[in-house]
Ligand binder design. Structure first.
Ligand code: DQA
Length: 146
């Protein structure tokens, strides 16, 4: 089983970025935890981050015949990007949206995700643990679909 985990803008600065909201863990450490957890479950992970919307769109497009599942934290693009929504809609593999913070407990502009209609499910507000839960969930969806 091969999955891709896609991270959007500013998540490269986790650890120093608003630690009261996002915690003190770095993206590198989240990547390590995800890869360790995935390995125990016989899953290979491609962990990707970009601050550039077009790079994320291209990564999603290329996922369609490369991966069995996709996990995405589109960060701020969650609330703005029709291009990422459209890309997710053309990729017919199981997809899960993750947010570290509870977007519904924050500013009103974060309450709306433009991409949620294109994913199987959404995990938010559980910190970096959300990524691990998303790996478990996507594994089950992929298995059940076989
Ligand atoms: C985020 C929530 C977004 O609203 C924000 O723009 C982010 C991170 C999260 O993981 O909680 O950059 O996606």
């Amino acid at each position: 089983m091969n999955i891709v985990i896609i991270n959007g803008p500013n998540l490269n600065l986790l650890g120093e970025r608003e630690p009261k909201i996002y915690g003190k863990e770095t993206l590198k450490s989240i990547e390590k935890k995800c890869k360790e957890h995935a390995k125990k479950n016989k899953i290979k992970v491609d962990f990707f981050q970009s601050n550039i919307e077009g790079e994320i769109v291209t990564k999603i497009q290329k996922s369609r015949d490369k991966f069995d599942g996709l996990i995405i934290n589109a960060a701020a693009f969650t609330h703005t990007s029709v291009a990422i929504l459209d890309a997710l809609n053309l990729v017919k593999i199981p997809k899960i949206e993750v947010h570290i913070s509870n977007i519904f407990h924050r500013e009103e502009f974060r309450h709306k995700s433009l991409i949620s209609s294109a994913v199987n499910g959404l995990i938010c507000g559980l910190g970096s643990q959300g990524y691990i839960l998303a790996i478990d969930a996507i594994k089950k969806i992929i298995k059940d679909n076989k």
